[in-house]
Design a protein around this ligand. Structure first.
Ligand code: BGC
Length: 768
């Protein structure tokens, strides 16, 4: 790891490669905010400052399991009178609430806070609104991030962010713990679906646009329609060696910088107001204890000016789990000195007691406290909470409106990815006799996924009951609903996402025989974090058996894969005539799937990750040449995924022609201009994602076989041709070398667009 000094020296390196000038708050400060901030800091006691750095969970403040929720007045006094805490998170009793109820709860907490606060500093409430206002009953739920990424349509994400911000504010909440900017590089990891997939460039482009939706084009978070975003989980959380959540990662610094950092750098450049820290460790150092990563890389090198919040209980865990501190008190010193600004404690007030003692003992400098508190209070001031501590549902008439729902529908439609369509089995005729089967056929829970109405997403069938399951949606779009039958064959049980029940195979076979086509809705139920860990990525045996049973009927099979991560389907894939990957499409997923099945809309999603064929072959598309030297063999000795990154079929057919590039030789500071013609040679309109990949032939660090460097999603009418141009700065081709510098080395590159390609050279080596 670098020392702070060498990190300071390399400031320009990363900024050069993010290609965006940072909108620094402090280079252009709001004078009124900075004046008020200075006054507050000068007037605050140590205890008041530490209170601002303390975040607790709502359940600490209520009578246990009370429904309706009743506040515990003793705990309220303890929190706001004694400890002067500044932030609360989470949904009570792990269940969503109506927006009016959120108004009551957050409103009462704001009143308590302001009543006890000598300096009238408002509370900052935070919730995991990660695909819409996902803890609010009746809110508009979008596909989870992995589905958002599969749209390859960043503009849709700005709209999703705007609607999510609006409905979050309607609930009286100004802060979301979103977006996840972790690199979705490991399909075993139970939070891969919370990411934008495996590509750093795609994740950066998508992340920026979602942030723009949350915070507004100019980060105008005082506007009552916007909220503060939280980039998480900084840094390197998503690539644990074991694939299990919150387990150790071993990531060399050049890989950390080249693959994991760009999405966070893009989020910081987009001026997002907060960051949440990785619960786990990299190379033996828990990130909560890493001054190099928090104060060095994030705050000094990237110039992040918002505040950094710990993840759940993670300061205590430096002692209890990671064993890098000998007591909780030592853990508090370690984390705060490393650069953690706010502790998501969240179950007690010990953090505050320890931190006050540590400052008095001079083990944490007052300057560090002032820095942390300034960062937090600046965001409270920017959010306008001092003037407007609450926002109310009654002022948000568009909550859950048809317009918002339409945006979620379009996002779901554009996410769904057609992976196989043998002999044009899809679209299906609406007059067919259809058997809808599989455990995801008639339930909302697998469609919405984790962090939907509850942590594990297990309340979706209660809260999303008014939305259509896949079966209901299919019935609704055909002329004769009696032609659509349901027999699941395998059902998900309650609780643990792995619970499955095999359901009446004889009846299933009888109904299969009486159908024209079988739609098998398979995959996995909802989960997140460590409850979603698994030991085998292969789709469950019950579901494989169901598919084999269905195949015995001799009827065409269409798989609808509803899954947070790509479960291995190698053994059953040959039995499918068609495969639609739905990811976790949210409340309008059923409708979107039905429309695509019958051709009411044309699919246009593309894989944001490599869909593996074998559990022992989980390489991303940007693997090294040595990983694909030999020809593919059945046992998978070389790169041979089930489906490649960036692929996805359409009911239209597109051709690429006439690739042109403006030069054959570039200087390091120049831009590559390339263009091509894309033609829709079919007789229906369709959307295509044009993707530019560039390969570096030789480099001082073994180059990946290719990297995505630009993309654009376009709509082409039947028979239409369009000329599409890209401008790619040569600096975008940089990699991080053995000295951890971003560099473009001179040499030959290949630019590839579909089956077209052309070579060019870069004639100078440049360190950015
Ligand atoms: C998760 C975070 C989440 C936080 C608050 C943690 O367990 O890792 O992603 O934002 O809880 O709910």
């Amino acid at each position: 790891m670098k020392t702070l000094i060498s990190l300071l020296l390399s400031i320009s390196i990363l900024i050069g490669c993010t290609e965006s000038s940072q909108k620094t708050l402090l280079s252009n400060p709001d004078k009124a905010i900075e004046t008020k901030l200075a006054e507050l800091i000068a007037a605050m006691t140590l205890e008041e400052k530490v209170g601002q750095m303390t975040q607790i969970t709502l359940d600490v403040l209520i009578m246990p399991n009370s429904e309706p929720v009743v506040f515990d007045t003793l705990k309220i006094r303890m929190a706001f009178e004694k400890y002067k805490i500044g932030s609360v998170l989470n949904t009570p009793n792990n269940g969503a609430r109506a927006p009016e109820e959120w108004n009551r709860l957050v409103g009462m907490l704001q009143d308590y806070t302001l009543n006890y606060s000598r300096l009238k500093i408002p509370l900052l409430y935070g919730l995991d609104m990660i695909h819409g206002a996902s803890y609010v009953a009746g809110a508009t739920l979008f596909p989870q991030q992995i589905g958002m990424a599969a749209t390859w349509n960043p503009a849709l994400l700005t709209t999703a962010g705007e609607i999510s911000a609006y409905e979050t504010r309607a609930s009286g909440v100004p802060w979301t713990f979103s977006p996840v900017l972790d690199l979705g590089i490991d399909p075993r990891w139970p939070r891969q679906w919370e990411t934008f997939g495996e590509d750093p460039y795609l994740a950066s482009e998508m992340g920026k646009m979602l942030i723009k939706g949350y915070e507004g084009p100019e980060n105008e978070i005082s506007d009552k329609n916007h909220i503060a975003a939280c980039l998480k989980h900084y840094l390197g959380y998503s690539q644990p060696l074991s694939g299990k959540d919150r387990s150790p990662a071993w990531i060399p610094e050049n890989m950390l910088r080249e693959y994991h950092l760009p999405s966070f750098a893009a989020g910081v450049s987009a001026s997002a107001h907060s960051v949440m820290i990785n619960s786990s460790e990299i190379n033996g150092t828990p990130v909560h204890a890493s001054k190099t990563l928090l104060t060095g890389l994030l705050k000094t090198e990237l110039k992040f000016e918002g505040f950094a919040v710990s993840d759940w209980q993670d300061i205590e865990f430096l002692y209890q789990r990671h064993h890098v501190a000998e007591s909780v008190k030592e853990a508090v010193a370690l984390a705060v000195n490393a650069g953690v600004d706010m502790s998501m404690v969240p179950n007690n007030f010990d953090f505050a007691d320890y931190l006050v003692a540590l400052v008095n003992e001079k083990k944490v400098p007052m300057s560090r406290i002032d820095d942390a508190v300034s960062r937090i209070l600046r965001v409270k001031l920017q959010l306008g909470l001092f003037e407007t501590p609450m926002t109310y549902y009654k002022d948000y008439p568009e909550f859950g409106s048809e317009k918002s729902v339409e945006a979620a529908r379009i996002t779901a439609i554009e996410s769904i990815t057609l992976l196989k369509n043998e002999e044009g089995i899809l679209p299906v005729s609406k007059n067919s006799r259809i058997l809808v089967a599989g455990p995801a056929a008639n339930s909302m829970r697998p469609l919405t996924g984790g962090w939907s109405y509850s942590w594990q997403g297990d309340l979706a069938d209660e809260f999303a009951a008014s939305h259509q399951t896949i079966f209901e949606a299919i019935q609704a779009v055909v002329p004769k609903s009696e032609n659509v039958k349901l027999c699941q064959g395998v059902r998900y049980g309650t609780g643990d996402y792995r619970n499955e029940i095999v359901d009446n195979p004889a009846e299933f076979s009888r109904m299969a025989a009486a159908s024209d086509i079988i739609v098998l809705c398979i995959g996995e139920n909802s989960y997140t974090e460590s409850p979603g860990n698994l030991n085998d990525l292969t789709i469950s045996e019950n579901q494989q058996n169901l598919v084999k049973l269905a195949a015995k009927s001799g009827k065409p099979l269409v798989f609808v894969l509803v899954e947070g991560r790509p479960r291995i389907i190698r053994n059953i894939e040959p039995l499918a005539d068609g495969i639609l990957l739905a990811y976790l499409p949210g409340n309008y997923g059923g409708e979107a799937i039905a429309k695509i099945l019958f051709g009411d809309v044309n699919p246009s999603g593309k894989l944001p990750y490599t869909y593996p064929r074998f559990v022992n072959s989980l390489e991303p598309y940007y693997h090294k040449a040595t990983e694909q030297l030999e020809a593919a063999t059945p046992d998978g000795t070389t790169f041979n995924p089930q489906f490649e990154f960036g692929t996805g079929l359409s009911y239209s057919e597109f051709t690429y022609s006439d690739l042109r590039i403006d030069k054959i030789n570039y200087a390091a500071g120049e831009n590559i201009q390339c263009s091509l013609t894309v033609t829709n040679i079919s007789n229906i309109p369709g959307k295509e994602v044009v993707q530019v990949y560039i390969s570096d032939h030789y480099a001082s660090i073994t180059p990946p076989v290719k990297r995505l460097r630009a993309f654009e999603k376009i709509l082409l009418q039947a028979g239409e041709s369009k000329r599409i141009s890209f401008e790619i700065p040569v600096s975008r081709l940089a990699f991080v070398d053995a000295d951890n510098h971003w560099v473009v080395e001179k040499g030959t590159f290949t630019l590839q667009l579909g089956s077209l390609s052309t070579d060019f050279t870069v004639d100078e080596t440049k360190v950015y």
